[in-house]
Ligand binder design. Sequence first.
Ligand code: ADP
Ligand code: MG
Length: 269
Amino acid sequence: MLELEEITKVYARGFLRRQKTVAVNNVSLSIKRGKTLGLVGESGSGKSTLGRIALRLIEATSGTVRFDGIDLTGLSRYELRKLRPRMQILFQDPDTSLDPRMTIRECVAEPLIISNRAGPDEMEERILDLLGRVGLHPDLIDRYPFEISGGQKQRVALARVLSLNPEFIVADEPTAALDLSVQAQVLSLIKSIQKKSNLTILFISHDLQVVEQMSDTIAVMHHGSIVEQGSPHDILHTPMESYTRTLVSAAYESDAWLGKITDPRALLP
Ligand code: ADP
Ligand code: MG
């Protein structure tokens, strides 16, 4: 479904653009239809850059992106625009993807109107259907983003993404801004939607535990390169690379000694 071949991205900044950052260094990855590839790595490792390149929201310095067999690198603006509804991005922070002056109804309607996917007579039904798919109560339809919770806002952002019936989405740290319990709900919602609509997902997170829950395959990114790739089980139980081992122990050992202590007062003498 999605193939990245030898992708490299160099950012050039500063005087005469002489300061170069190699954000992504010769990365090849592929995702089968209906599957989730989890991309994990610390902040600054190049995950978001790679995710945006996969959608051709930014251009790679070199390398090839193929979506459903179509080479995105060579497409004209017009051809790319026709493909856009089929591939979407879900961002970390719904506050940047939702316009605070628009009601939930308007937020969800906007992509449908722009892409001509629903006429005025069927609009209400489509919006309510989308709210239902993301588990939002229809009573919220006339609220503004500031009147609902962070988890509800991320559900609205997801409804917008789903309104175009995408086949592939990049989810870039989609729950990093949410409380843990809300995070778990949104993650399982994404999973159940994926099952129903056979979505292909590139799931980006700095959190190995989250990636483990969500992914069929995990790719570990470090300083712009993929240092290891495998099933969640292999990555967690027999990590080959020392960097992956560091990630695994950071994610799990700290939990182990904090134990399942739910009341922080239990830590006091
Ligand atoms: P991650 O998502 O893993 O945190 P990013 O892809 O955002 O990593 O960033 C990778 C590297 O590229 C970082 O060193 C970052 O500072 C740099 N970078 C990201 N975006 C830009 C940009 N627009 N211009 C210059 N450097 C950038
Ligand atoms: Mg990022």
